[in-house]
Design a protein around this ligand. Structure first.
Ligand SMILES: [Zn+2]
Length: 114
């Protein structure tokens, strides 16, 4: 919905600029050049933001060993079916296998809940 409103606003601005340019009041390049600059700036900032979120696999602290008596975390690969048991957690982001993010499954061992 928000994207639709943005596209409608862009359409209105372009139509207004075309009208002003056609009437000879304001050349279109004086309005479109700064808008193009803002678009390039927004694309650049979005690219840098995606780099930051792409680095979520980098640990932000020391690894934490899991207590297997309280919690058992496994990761399964949807591509090949491989399954791994997590012994030490480095980050909150799960590992990848076959080029895809593995599916996390948490199990509570019998007898650990009172
Ligand atoms: Zn796999």
């Amino acid at each position: 919905m928000r994207l639709l409103v943005a596209w409608i606003a862009v359409g209105v601005v372009v139509a207004l600029v075309a009208l002003l340019d056609r009437a000879g009041v304001l050349p279109a390049r004086y309005v479109l050049a700064p808008l193009l600059g803002l678009l390039i700036l927004a694309i650049g900032r979005a690219s840098l933001r995606s780099f930051r979120s792409g680095a979520a696999h980098i640990p932000d602290g020391p690894p934490r060993p899991l207590d297997l008596a309280q919690e058992r975390v496994t990761y399964a690969c949807g591509g090949c079916g491989a399954e791994v048991l997590l012994l030490v957690r480095g980050t909150e982001v799960g590992p990848r296998h076959c080029g895809e993010r593995m599916t996390e499954r948490r199990e509570v061992p019998r007898g650990s809940v009172r």
